[in-house]
Ligand binder design. Structure first.
Ligand code: NDP
Ligand code: HSE
Length: 430
């Protein structure tokens, strides 16, 4: 008889609760698929008295999650607490130093300490799995690390934050402004109580740091990511984008350039007919460019109890089956250190929206600033008439360097006839 795989679960919130429910509901299926049972030997959370609607009778309760990681009679510790520092980090470090495998959904922890944890795990001969950390239920880590292992990867592009995608979709469909839709997202339980990690792009950047490492076999470099969120995207920009044949999405993009690895998170105009533009609401999507496979797109639910539990349990099943693949696809001590390509060197097309005084000569001054920076305009839109008042003027450009665009926007922003700081959104051809 094969011994069950014993696991200890730290954190019984949305993801922890979902994981235990899935393990209970699919106990027979899981046993069939891994040839052994998975047994929850121990659990830990903050509040023992809380009714979690889970049967915890067979599991030992630990008030101290770190103590559980050290002492529980388990081969695997599943960390579902969250946070890049403190208790979650200690739980993972203690589990590894105690010779236990780790499964986690914690993208913040991996973005900041993933390489150190991977080194510790690999030198101890245990594995560190994190499928749920990127795009929730979408198996993109397995996709990259296993399914696409034969390819050289040149670029990964993702909608990695469900909350932001919901907000942008809802703004477009309803014409409402950001603040109003954010409030709705909160009420629906999508956005966090403090939603800044979502809307300021940090959550997307955590996930992007992990994708970069797995795609390019390099160390994570969270500090090397250019990060902008969606607070400044207005209903007006969304409507103009639509008129020009685009949608606005918050993307995380990582690609190899001659200057190093370019990692950026920011709102983008994407062609309305591109596959990624049609990924709406809370869904996530990841597009990968491989040299032999071509373009691949993974998509599905990036958050929530069910989808995230699906990914956590897939990792547990891998361990039960004896799968042991290097954490970031390349042994941790062989991960390269690739310099970050500076944002000034980024090349691409741009959308610019200005609020200008409606008087003769203004467009000529703006065009002169673009000309002097060597930027070629592709299209221009102006609606309405407000003699001596403010009217929106929208331009798109041909591909140029970011440094040139910054130079032109500084000059344009200083013009007396330009009322607000220019709004700039990068265009991704996709
Ligand atoms: P929750 O806030 O719902 O749950 C956190 C759990 O951790 C709670 O059960 C809480 O206990 C427990 N906890 C907090 N502090 C301690 C402590 N000191 N000791 C022991 N347990 C503690 O978070 P989520 O389930 O949403 O997220 C968990 C992880 O999964 C995070 O890393 C998150 O980023 C990641 N993730 C979440 C997704 C989602 O859709 N929610 C999607 C993908 C990843 P108690 O219940 O008693 O308060
Ligand atoms: N807050 C995250 C999101 C949860 O909205 O996508 C999943 O990581």
């Amino acid at each position: 008889l094969i011994k069950p795989l014993s696991i200890a679960v730290a954190g019984l919130g949305t993801v922890g609760g979902g994981t235990l429910s899935l393990l209970e509901r699919h106990a027979d299926l899981i046993e069939q698929r891994c040839g052994r049972k998975v047994r929850v030997a121990a659990v830990s959370a903050r509040d023992k008295k809380r009714d979690r609607k889970l049967d915890l009778s067979g599991a030992a309760w630990f008030d101290d999650a770190v103590g559980m990681a050290r002492e529980a009679p388990a081969e695997v510790v599943v960390e579902l607490i969250g946070g890049s520092e403190g208790i979650a980090r200690q739980v993972c470090e203690t589990a590894i130093s105690s010779g236990k495998h780790v499964v986690t959904a914690n993208k913040a922890l991996l973005a900041h300490h993933g390489v150190a944890l991977a080194r510790a795990a690999e030198s101890k001969g245990v594995s560190l799995h994190f499928e749920a950390a990127v795009a929730g239920g979408v198996p993109v880590i397995k996709g990259l690390r296993e399914g696409l292992a034969g390819n050289g990867i040149s670029r990964v592009t993702g909608i990695l934050n469900g909350t932001c995608n919901y907000i942008l979709t809802s703004m477009r469909e309803s014409g409402k402004e950001f603040a109003e839709v954010l409030e709705e997202a909160r009420k629906l339980g999508y956005a966090e109580a403090d939603p800044s990690f979502d809307i300021d792009g940090i959550d997307t950047a955590h996930k992007l740091a992990i994708l970069t490492s797995v795609a390019f076999g390099c160390e994570t470099n969270f500090g090397g990511i250019h990060v902008e969120g969606i607070r400044h995207v207005s209903a007006r920009d969304i409507a103009f984008a639509e008129e020009l044949g685009f949608r606005i999405k918050l993307l995380g993009i990582t690609r190899m350039t001659e200057h190093g690895v370019e990692q950026r998170v920011h709102p983008c105009l994407v062609p309305a007919r591109s596959a990624i533009a049609t990924v709406e609401d809370v869904n996530n999507a990841v597009m990968v460019e491989g040299d032999f496979v071509g373009n691949i797109m993974f998509q599905g639910r990036g958050a929530g109890a069910g989808p995230t539990a699906s990914a956590v349990v897939a990792d547990i099943i891998d361990i039960a089956r004896g799968v042991n693949i290097p954490t970031f696809a390349v042994p941790a001590d062989k991960l390269a250190r690739i310099p970050a390509s500076p944002m000034e060197r980024h090349r691409g097309a741009y959308y610019i929206r200005l609020m200008v005084r409606d008087q003769p000569g203004v467009i000529a001054d703006i065009a002169a600033a673009l000309r002097d920076a060597g930027i070629s305009m592709e299209s221009m839109l102006q609606h309405g008439r407000a003699p001596a008042g403010a009217v929106p003027v929208v331009m798109t450009t041909h591909a140029t360097e970011e440094a040139a665009m910054t130079q032109a926007l500084t000059r344009i922003g200083a013009l007396k006839a330009v009322f607000e700081p220019p709004r700039m959104i990068r265009v991704e051809p996709l």
